[in-house]
Structures are given as C-alpha cells and as structure tokens.
Design a protein around this ligand. Structure first.
Ligand SMILES: [Zn+2]
Length: 402
C-alpha cells in the first residue's frame, strides 16, 4: 500500500479476507478456455443469490459456457461495469511448484492458475457484494464475468450485445486485468490467422515434379517480416506503446515429413497486434493479395489441387486511449493516480468502447506473472484492489459529494 493509504478498518479487513477465500474457491475450478466454465458461473450465481441478486446469463452456442451479468443498485443507465474473464490459460507443459488449481499461500503471495489473470480481480469484486448491497447506490454497479477471453475475447461479445440491446447503457467499464493497480488507458488490438499451404509431394531429388509447401510458406512469412519492417520504420516512438509499432506475431509453424520428401503441407499461425488507428483491414488485404498474386500461381502451375487457405482466428479491437473518458476520469479520481499507460496485449476493453461504453484497465497482480508457471497475486495487491472497490462503492452512493 502507498504511504498515504490509511489503515484498513475491520470491515475492510473482512472484505479482503473474503476476497482471498473466494479466490481459493475460484482457482479450484479448472476453467482453462477449452473447458466449460459453468461450474464456476453456477458457484458465482449462487453466491449472488444469497445476497438476493438475480444474475443474467448469456450462453455460447454449445450451452457449455456462459457470461454472468448482475446489477446492484437502481435499474438505470450510467452505471459502472466491473469486468473480468473467468477463463484461464493452460498449465500443460509448465513446471509448477504446487498444484495450479489449489491456491497456495507462500510469503504473502497467493499462487495458482488465474490468481493474477484474473480471478483475483473477480474475487475482490465478489467480496464487495454485501457491502455494495448495503449502500444507497445512486449509480448502479454491474459485475460482468465472461468466458473465452484468452482465445480471442469471444464470450464478452455476446454479453455486450445483450446489455446494449436489452439493458440501460452503462457509462464506463473497469476491466480488471493485472496492471499492478496502475491505470492502463489504451491497448493494442490484434488480428490473428492460420494459413494452410497445400502443395504436391514427391521425391526431393525431383523438385520440378512437386510443389514445396514449406517454400511457399517461407515466401509468405518473408513478406510478413517485410511488412513488419515497414511498420517499424513509420512508427511514432513517442506514442506510449512498447513496442511503438504494430507488431507481427508468428508463433507456430508445422510442415513436412522428412528431409528427402517434398512437403505437401505447411501451416503456420500469424497475426498483427495493431496500434489504435491501424488499418487492420488494409494489412490483411495486403497479405491476402500477396498470397494470391505472388505465391499461389507458382503452386497452381504444378497442380490445380494446390491451395493456400488463410482463416481468421481472432479479431480484437484496440482500446483507444482517452484520458478524459468517463472510465479513466473515474479511476483517476478514486485512485488519486494522475497518469495512465498503454499496453501491447489485447483486452475486452476495446469491445466495450466500440459499444459506446468508455473503458479503462485497472486490476491487481502483475502481467509478468500471467500465463506463466507459479502465477501469483500478492495479498497486498488484493488489499489495494479491495480498497479501490470500497471507494467506488462510496462514490456510487453519493457521486455528487466526491
Ligand atoms: Zn486476462
């Protein structure tokens, strides 16, 4: 806690303890994105039910995943959304010191998959349910818990559609991704693809009879790197993003069977993390045109059965920084922080912003621990988050006084 933070009252200490207890419960649900999140959602729904709150669920098409939305306070527009995703990234292949789905406390740190990203925030929010219920809220507070954030911010889209179509529009959303309780006012977006090159196999001593899928993929990748170099050259180094350019993701490639067989198949995953304002449609179009005009004809000259298929895997809009937005102004006011930064990873905040709900990213835990083995959030970060959320309740009860 910072020097000017007063000693927590017994009531606040109780809320922090409740948030830690809740975090242990949330961690125990293995909500890796590939799994259903319904057990966790059901737990949260029952928890809120005990406080007399009815949750609103929106499901995916398989009915195995759901978003949860609940409102505390008046049924009016202008509320503040506290948003967190319920899914976590996989632990497969990671070397953990303790069971990632059993919260372990060591030296003031709470370990477990999702402690930082971002069940810690969800636990802090839930721990405030009774407190918020006890206040004469003039501004409604909404909890929004989504599924499938880690695989392209998929779930929250349905939640936002439901809210904007059927409910009074909130003024602001606080997305509690791990920012070490610093204000993040903007983030890059991202568009990712998977490309499958299908050539013609053959004996490697007779390359003229085959169509080498790895060579074709290599030409596409070289083009991607050239685009990246161009984007680096035109970047504004003072735009606040690190790195300050729209950057290339190229994280997976697979192809071929043996060194002496012409490969008939090569596939790779790629994408761009775009700055706010980047024309992602134009970038995508440029790559597709290069493939169609420069690479595919050479494969087709060998066989009409060859192909290059590029599938869009995810498309997350950026959060455009806006220091004067309702979201950032509110968090600055309550936290007494007077600056904000920008990050290069995608969040759900840009989707809320697209829907006309101002967004800011502000939550406990450090992004450096997210997605890694021995992920943790410190109890101190949980305390700071709870302190902030308590102040938010006081503001929502008497917004004119503060
Ligand atoms: Zn996250």
């Amino acid at each position: 806690m910072s020097a000017e933070t007063p000693m927590p009252t017994p009531e606040q200490q109780e809320i922090v303890q409740r948030s830690v207890d809740l975090l242990a419960k949330l961690i125990a649900f293995d909500t890796t994105s590939v799994n259903s999140n319904l057990q966790l959602i059901e737990f949260v729904r029952e928890y809120l039910q005990q406080e007399g709150l009815d949750s609103r669920l929106s499901y995916d098409e398989t009915n195995k995943k759901a978003n949860l939305w609940v409102t505390i306070g008046p049924d009016i527009a202008g509320g503040v959304v506290l948003s967190g995703h319920t899914d976590v990234v996989p632990v497969a292949g990671q070397d953990w010191s303790s069971d990632p789905f059993v919260m372990d406390t060591r030296n003031g740190k709470l370990y477990g998959r999702g402690t930082a990203d971002m069940k810690g925030f969800v636990a802090c929010v839930l721990a405030h349910t009774a407190y918020y219920k006890s206040l004469p809220l003039q501004v409604p507070l909404h909890f929004a818990f989504s599924y499938d954030e880690e695989v392209g911010c998929l779930g929250v889209r349905g939640l936002i559609d439901d809210v904007t179509a059927n409910l009074p529009t909130p003024r602001a959303v606080i997305v509690g991704e791990p920012t070490s309780m610093k204000i993040i006012g903007g983030n890059k977006g991202g568009r990712s693809f998977h490309t499958v090159v299908t050539g013609v196999d053959g004996h490697s001593s007779l390359p003229q009879l085959g169509a080498n899928a790895i060579i074709a993929a290599n030409r596409i990748i070289t083009n991607l790197v050239e685009i990246q170099d161009r984007l680096i050259a035109i970047a504004d180094p003072n735009n606040g993003f690190v790195p300050p350019y729209t950057s290339l993701d190229l994280g997976l490639i697979n192809g071929g069977q043996a060194s002496n067989i012409i490969p008939a198949r090569c596939e790779f995953s790629w994408g761009f993390r775009g700055l706010p304002g980047e024309d992602m449609d134009a970038l995508e179009q440029e790559v597709r045109e290069f493939i169609d005009s420069q690479v595919l004809p050479d494969l087709r000259a060998v066989s009409s059965a060859t192909s290059i298929v590029t599938e869009l895997r995810s498309d997350v809009p950026p959060l455009e920084p806006d220091e004067n937005s309702a979201a950032e102004q509110l968090v600055r006011h309550l936290s007494r922080l007077n600056s904000s930064a920008r990050v290069s990873y995608g969040t759900e905040a840009g989707l809320f912003q697209q829907a006309g709900i101002a967004g800011v990213i502000f939550g406990p835990g450090n992004i450096e621990q997210a997605h890694l083995p021995d992920e943790f959030v410190t109890i101190q970060q949980m305390q700071e988050c709870c302190s902030f959320l308590s102040k938010l309740g006081g503001w929502a009860a008497s917004p004119a006084d503060t």
